[in-house]
Design a protein around this ligand. Structure first.
Ligand code: NAI
Length: 295
């Protein structure tokens, strides 16, 4: 949904939206004029909603559905990069069974830096601990209990950049985290660092990423999200000439894999999203309140 499609909401009490819907000031103005009472987000992140301009409309979200879906996808991207599975998959399908260019590295014994230790970040850390890694993390709000129980250490961002062989992003997109991975932060990282982003595309400044991949500073990248994904992700442009320059450059890079915002996409997560979205709507209309309301 965006301001162009928003007029279609006339006569409806509830509008159900997802991550790529543009619930900005212009869209919200039309929804308010149409008498929409509730916006039900089928997702956790709400950076696409202009809360300050929501007017009379109430907004609910699904804060958690399956942190395992996203954390496991981050691990899938990581293994794809460290073992070059994307390359061997294409190769063996052509009956090429050589190993040249497929040399990987063990994750075991490496230092993994995790930015954002919420629900997804903590599951990712637990999995990484199972691989026998040393995990360091940064979060605005430290979860000391989890740090002791799972066995990871909180450090400042600069230290995380300096020490990590692998960095995975699990914080939300906020004004503070927008482009948190930029030229300056990449410069502080180890040569050959592997970056994983299953959170939000705008956490990474794509131009800096491309530049630093070209210098050889970054060893591998796994992305489930991209800075300007809205126009392309979840759409099929196979037979179109429409392209995005930076996305095309990224896709031409070796040791980089992009999936199209599919980390959440497991049957367990979809079932929970559907049932919790319905529950949220019922709670607002039947009880007048809902714990998952955004205010
Ligand atoms: P959460 O709210 O449980 O955890 C987020 C953590 O980030 C919190 O601990 C918070 O304190 C921390 N944080 C906030 N600002 C920070 C900052 N400036 N620096 C460092 N840490 C900061 O959220 P959850 O469920 O773990 O989700 C994390 C993110 O994953 C979501 O915000 C969303 O962007 C993304 N996501 C991606 C999906 C996908 O399909 N690719 C699906 C679901 C979520």
């Amino acid at each position: 949904m965006n301001s162009e499609t928003a007029p279609l909401t006339k006569g409806f009490d509830v509008v159900c939206v997802f991550v790529h819907d543009k619930v900005d000031k212009a869209t919200l103005k039309i929804l308010n004029e149409n008498g929409v009472k509730l916006i039900a987000l089928r997702c956790a992140g709400f950076n696409n909603v202009d809360l300050e301009n929501k007017g009379n409309i109430r907004i609910v979200r699904v804060p958690q559905y399956s942190p395992y879906s996203v954390a496991e996808h981050a691990v899938a991207l990581l293994l794809n990069i460290t073992r070059k599975l994307y390359k061997s998959y294409q190769r063996t399908r052509k009956y090429n069974f050589t190993l040249d260019g497929l040399l990987g590295f063990d994750i075991h014994g490496k230092t993994v830096g995790v930015i954002g230790t919420g629900r997804i970040g903590k599951v990712f850390i637990q999995i990484m601990k199972g691989f026998g890694t040393n995990v360091i993390a940064y979060d605005l709000y430290k979860d000391e209990k989890a740090s002791k129980e799972i066995g990871f250490e909180y450090v400042e961002l600069d230290e995380l950049y300096e020490k990590s062989d692998i960095i995975s992003l699990h914080c939300p997109l906020t004004p503070e985290t927008e482009n948190i991975i930029n030229r300056e932060s990449i410069k502080k990282m180890k040569k050959g660092v592997v970056l994983i982003n299953c959170s939000r595309g705008k956490l990474i400044d794509t131009k800096s990423l491309i530049k630093e991949m070209e210098t050889g500073k970054i060893g591998g990248v796994g992305l489930d999200v991209y800075e300007d994904e809205e126009e392309f992700f979840l759409q099929d442009y196979t037979n179109s000439y429409k392209r995005d320059n930076n996305l095309s450059i990224l896709l031409s890079m070796p040791n980089l894999i992009i999936t199209s915002h599919q980390a959440f996409f497991t049957s367990e997560a979809l079932n929970k999203i559907a049932s919790d979205t319905c529950k949220n709507i019922q709670e607002i209309f039947n009880n007048g309140e809902c714990a998952n309301e955004l205010k």
